[in-house]
Design a protein. Structure first.
Length: 185
């Protein structure tokens, strides 16, 4: 349920009126929720898409596609020292791998934030203007949490694009160096 709506343990705990640690115990199966929490969980569970709930079908998450690197020249006009080329190719591959991990973390963070935004919108729509005071406060706090997590969306998107470009450039350079070195490279 938390994953579907993009909620943190703390946010769900606020809604249920329990501590975040208690939510962790609930998720691990170490404790049972009190009746009031069960009623509130049931209300959220009914918003889940079928077959778990009666809400609308879940929208598919948008897929990210990497850009293809530009075509590179076949080889240098003058021969270069193979040791230097091997070293540079290895450095390019290592740096591209490290940047790839960084990009995957940023993409995961962006996907989680998008899930939280979709979850917030679903909850706001489901609870609507007729939400009681406690629900309205919880939704307002949730909206503040989501807004705080997304302080500068343009900077986050730019960081992902720049990392993808750097990875493509390093990968293309490593491939070009591999072609220059030949089959033994």
């Amino acid at each position: 349920m938390r994953a579907h709506f993009g909620l943190t343990q703390h946010e769900l705990a606020r809604y249920l009126g329990v501590s975040a640690g208690f939510v962790g115990h609930l998720e691990a199966g170490r404790k049972r929720p009190p009746l009031a929490a069960v009623q509130r969980l049931t209300r959220l569970a009914l918003l889940l898409p079928p077959p778990e709930g009666y809400g609308p079908p879940a929208a598919p998450a948008p897929a990210a596609t990497p850009d293809n690197p530009a075509a590179l020249p076949d080889g240098p006009a003058t021969p270069l020292a193979p040791g230097l080329l091997h070293g540079r190719r290895r450095a390019c591959l290592l740096q591209a791998a490290a940047l790839g991990q960084q990009l995957r973390r940023l993409q995961a963070r962006a996907a989680a934030l998008a899930c939280r935004r979709r979850g917030l919108a679903r909850l706001q729509t489901a609870f609507g203007p007729a939400a009681d005071a406690a629900d309205a406060r919880w939704l307002a706090g949730l909206a503040e949490d989501v807004a705080a997590a997304d302080r500068d969306p343009a900077a986050a998107a730019s960081a992902q694009v720049l990392l993808a470009v750097r990875i493509a450039a390093l990968t293309a350079e490593a491939e070009a160096l591999g072609r220059w070195l030949g089959p033994a490279g």
